[in-house]
Write a protein that binds this ligand. Sequence first.
Ligand SMILES: [Zn+2]
Ligand SMILES: [Zn+2]
Length: 477
Amino acid sequence: MGHGVSCARTGDEHDFFRAAQVGDLDALAALLAADQSLARRATLYDRLSVLHIAAANGRIEVLSMFLDRGAPPDAVNRHKQTPLMLAAMHGKIDCVLKLLQAGANVRKTAKSVSLISIIPLEKITDSMISHQILMFDSVHARTCLHHAAYYGHVDCLQAILSAAQTTPVADSWGFARFVNVRDDHGATPLHLAARQGRPGCVQMLLENGAIVSALTGSYGFPGSTSLHLAARSGNLDCIRKLLAWGADRLQRDSAGRIPYSVALKRNHGACAALLNPSSAEPMVWPSPLKFISELDPEAKALLEAALMEANREREKKILNGTKYSLPSPPPYDDSADEDACSEVSDAELCCICFDQACTIEVQDCGHQMCAPCTLALCCHNKPNPTTLTPPSPACPFCRGSISRLVVAQTRSACDPDKPASPQLTRRRSRRSHNLSEGSSSFKGLSSAMGSFSKLGRGSSRMADSDSGTLDKPEHDL
Ligand SMILES: [Zn+2]
Ligand SMILES: [Zn+2]
């Protein structure tokens, strides 16, 4: 990678930027001692500052050294890209965190920032926003959030999202608006993550309020949804997540195509099978439970595992009839689960299905049930277009409305206050079942499904982490 170092004007400049690129602190100190002004220079053509070079190369020590010396974290290169954008593109999480922290410190001292909240949004230009989170580059008018999503760096995406929640961005723009920010072709970060096949980023954006049904402007085919774009990339995991979040298989783009036709055209057979409107409807996250703020994170993880397993069982049926059947799971050693299961006393057993351990508790009334039953209670298979706001779910035992679900604290006779170990709870939760069927056929399926879904989750993680090596940022440096 050249990083524009060769464009430096003088030999000293060249050595200086080169030292930043390789992280040679001693050389940097020596060069600065001879000429302090080097710290403020930029490379001739790409206009890269020392912070850009350090951020793109993950040189956290160099980055810290110059931030501490007062280098502005929101300096831009030739493409109006900040060091934060470059760090997000290259997945340099340490540098992302450091830059976000530095930006927050600068903001505290910059009085001009108060302007942001009194100026109408349309009048705000890049230069007026000193906050680097909300800066747009000049290539496609993308933010750091777009770049993290595009390149599939879940950790960077998460860092930016949590920073955005506690900054003036949230106050002036609104956090939800930031999550759904569009580039100059109308693409949101979710569109880019779906198009590039980044299931981890898709998931995180959805959990933070990305609008699943948003249409692109001119990005991809005009009027595409994220589901169209995921169909185009042929990424099954992205499609699963989007469908579970209520993406509409019947939505047409401006050329009149549904996601199914897009997948067929690209020869993504398994994707097409799931997107085929005549195949079984996937189970959808109930809207009252979608967002993490309303749901205890542990409870959410349990419910999500149950939901994905239920959908995977449906998938198996859909794909079995095609040549795209998924690989069979390896033999599953059930002995560990049997141990866990034998500990489930009658008191802990779900009183709805009498099959699963209670893992979810309704916070207000304290009634408990298993994760699959909770979902079945709150889930609708298909979003109902006639009801705008679905009624909030009620507790099946006392009919009180459910405002918050938490992980059930299992009590045993000898130790009433001790909560069940999380591992035990999780292992039990894997033994969940296809919610669309009668409970009688559950037992035989459960262990196979458990390992099956483990396999699927593992492979999705692998695909996600591999992706960083597949394509490199093109226009940043
Ligand atoms: Zn149950
Ligand atoms: Zn209740």
